[in-house]
Write a protein that binds this ligand. Structure first.
Ligand SMILES: Cc1ncc(COP(=O)(O)O)c(C=O)c1O
Length: 368
């Protein structure tokens, strides 16, 4: 079976460094926050070109704490995309605010920045752009719009570690931004983990309080917070992986380019554009006028895993009980998208097998 992601070649290439890093933590006896986490926070902040990085338990917690630190709460509206993992909308609801969904663009998968203005009301407090699949949102236009309306921006960078827009890292634009280190992410830990980035000293202090039960000093709690601290094992792993992330992201872009070349000339596969700064957390095509689910099922029968991110738009999930109108472009994407296996070390021959099998299956399915 060819999986959607194979982490084994990566581990093999860094195994001795990982073993050493983990054993260093075991011997230190400091397992939560501490020196290893502080060192990772400093290094990752420098890597991303931000003043502060705050390690937390998960990307979801990073979003919740970032929203709280941006001053979002009950009665506020937060604009975001319907085409994302549920954690994006969930975090908005978790802080007591209301998500407002704006449809995606036609020629990609990210929020249509030009359509955001029409959704702004007097209650709009923030916008969460999601750099989906590792493709950066147009942050120049988005930041200009947010500044014009005095609205905060909280970037969801869960899928975009290392992605850049106009040479600037995603996660360096908004007031507070969220990253995930879930093991399958481009920079993945060996467990849950997340990060908040900010250029504001005040926001950094607030995030540090919020991640540790709302207090800066032990047993002196100032507000209701969370128990959401990055653990030292994960920070040690991430400290090793940070040295390689640029190389791995570049390899992902090569894999994506190779797929695009393999699919050139096929009329029902729409390939993603290799946009500047895109780090291809996922390689996602659209299948036009084809039964996507039948294709995915046949790929599985032939031993090749594919995924649909996401079959149901966030705003159409049962949790919202029919509260939101379906956004037509998102609905279309949810019907057409198919993500193919991608990881930095994916070999060209294996990729050719995936591409050839897919093309053959599509022809079969379309001829039925
Ligand atoms: C777009 C998006 N936002 C948020 C999250 C939440 O991250 P985590 O799983 O680390 O809580 C994820 C990852 O699963 C994601 O893909």
């Amino acid at each position: 079976m060819i999986p959607i992601l194979d982490l084994k070649p990566q581990l093999a290439s860094i195994r001795s460094e990982i073993d050493e890093a983990i054993s260093g933590v075991l011997e230190s006896g400091a397992f939560i926050l501490g020196k290893t986490v502080a060192q990772f926070e400093e290094r990752v902040a420098e890597h991303l070109g931000v003043k502060h990085a705050i390690g937390v338990n998960s990307g979801t917690d990073a979003l919740v704490i970032a929203l709280r630190a941006a001053g979002v709460g009950a009665g506020d509206e937060v604009i975001t995309t319907p085409f994302s993992f549920f954690a994006t909308a969930e975090s908005i609801c978790s802080v007591g605010a209301e998500p407002v969904f704006v449809d995606i663009v036609t020629d990609g998968f990210n929020i249509d920045v030009a359509a955001i203005e029409g959704a702004i009301t007097s209650k709009t407090k923030a916008i969460i752009p999601v750099h989906l699949y590792g493709e950066p949102v147009n942050m120049t236009e988005l930041m200009a719009l947010a500044a014009k309306h005095n609205i905060e921006v909280v970037e969801d960078c869960a899928q975009s570690f290392g992605a850049t827009y106009n040479g600037k890292q995603t996660g360096s634009f908004g007031i507070a931004n969220a990253f995930s280190f879930f093991p399958t992410k481009n920079l993945g830990a060996y467990g849950d983990g997340g990060l908040i980035t900010t250029n504001s000293d005040d926001v950094a202090v607030l995030c540090r309080k919020l991640r540790a039960h709302g207090g800066q000093h032990k047993y002196y709690n100032e507000m209701i917070g969370y128990n959401s601290r990055l653990d030292a094992m994960q920070a040690a792993v991430l400290n090793v992986k940070l040295n390689y992330i640029q190389k791995w992201n570049m390899q992902r872009r090569h894999v994506a380019q190779r797929y695009n070349d393999m699919f050139a000339g096929t009329d029902c596969i729409v390939t993603p554009s290799i946009a500047e700064g895109h780090v291809f957390h996922q390689y996602t095509i659209r299948l036009k006028d084809t039964d996507r689910d039948a294709v995915a099922a046949k790929m599985k029968q032939r031993g090749i895993a594919t995924m649909v991110y996401y079959p149901v738009p966030q705003d159409q999930l049962p949790v919202f009980e029919g509260k939101y109108d379906m956004k037509p472009r998102t609905a279309q994407a949810a019907k057409e998208v198919l993500s193919l296996p991608i990881w930095p070390e994916l070999a060209a021959e294996k990729q050719q097998e995936i591409a050839d099998t897919l093309i053959e299956i599509i022809e079969d399915v379309r001829n039925v």
